[in-house]
Design a protein around this ligand. Sequence first.
Ligand code: NAD
Length: 286
Amino acid sequence: MPAQLLEGKSVALKIKEHIKLEIESLKNKYSAQPKLVSIQVGENSASEIYIKSQEKTARELGIYYELRKLDGKITQDELIKAIDNLNNDKNVHGIIVQMPLPQVIDAKLISRFISPLKDAEAVHPQNMGEIVFGRTKILPCTAAACMELLDSVPAFELYGKEAVIVGHSEIVGKPLALLLLNKFATVTICHIATGQRGTLPEFIKKAEILIVAVGKAALIKGEWIKEGAIVIDVGINRVEGRIVGDVEFDKAAERASYITPVPGGVGPLTVTILMRNVVEAFKQQQ
Ligand code: NAD
């Protein structure tokens, strides 16, 4: 395997060290600590895993973490009211609404009711919009995690590079395209229609940086990868009891210069970025 592994854990460790120092100095300056409140509506085994990891990371870093469990039968208006109470609570600095929400609740609409100042996952349209101007420090966690991984590649410059993203979701592909553009990469976004048209290999063969966030195991064939490319695989798929990404790992690793493992690539970094957002939100609220 000629490719080197881009592991999220080691990048996360460095960011965590920085966050810990920052929290210490904020405690001295303001005699207060950042607090993140997580809202969970009803029970969901997928979000339980994220909640545990958020709780653990927050504790490790010195961020208060409170889980508010709301009844699965609450109405949209009741959820909005609960968010608003947190928006008005000066002891709460970050809010996260765990997905998925019950079907009767419009998740996209809900993101508009989190105060942009407390929006720990950067899902509010204002925070999303600020990415266009390259001004916000509160960033969508997975997209920012991909940028941190690229930043960790020694002596690598994004300027002018051909970057291809596969997947155009609001939480990953779209904000990531803007973050890459802000660094002057030349960005192409592929999605379901590219796949249906059969032109995915054409785009991927040109990619010096390839970031895939689809959720389909082995969608990206190893032989499509450009020699020396940096490959970031965001996908999470369960195949025969194992977690795999969207890229054919072994074959891609023969051609890439750097590649993220799945699991162990983007995943461990996302929760760290969430905590960095909370600290940033805390600072902005002082
Ligand atoms: P999504 O379902 O919102 O979007 C999927 C994207 O893939 C869409 O843009 C769609 O057009 C595209 N797509 C679907 N089929 C395609 C095909 N055949 N060819 C090309 N494009 C195709 O997904 P999402 O929420 O962005 O998540 C994508 C994957 O990333 C999932 O596996 C998810 O679990 C994973 N994920 C991981 C993390 C992490 O922290 N590691 C965070 C978020 C999402």
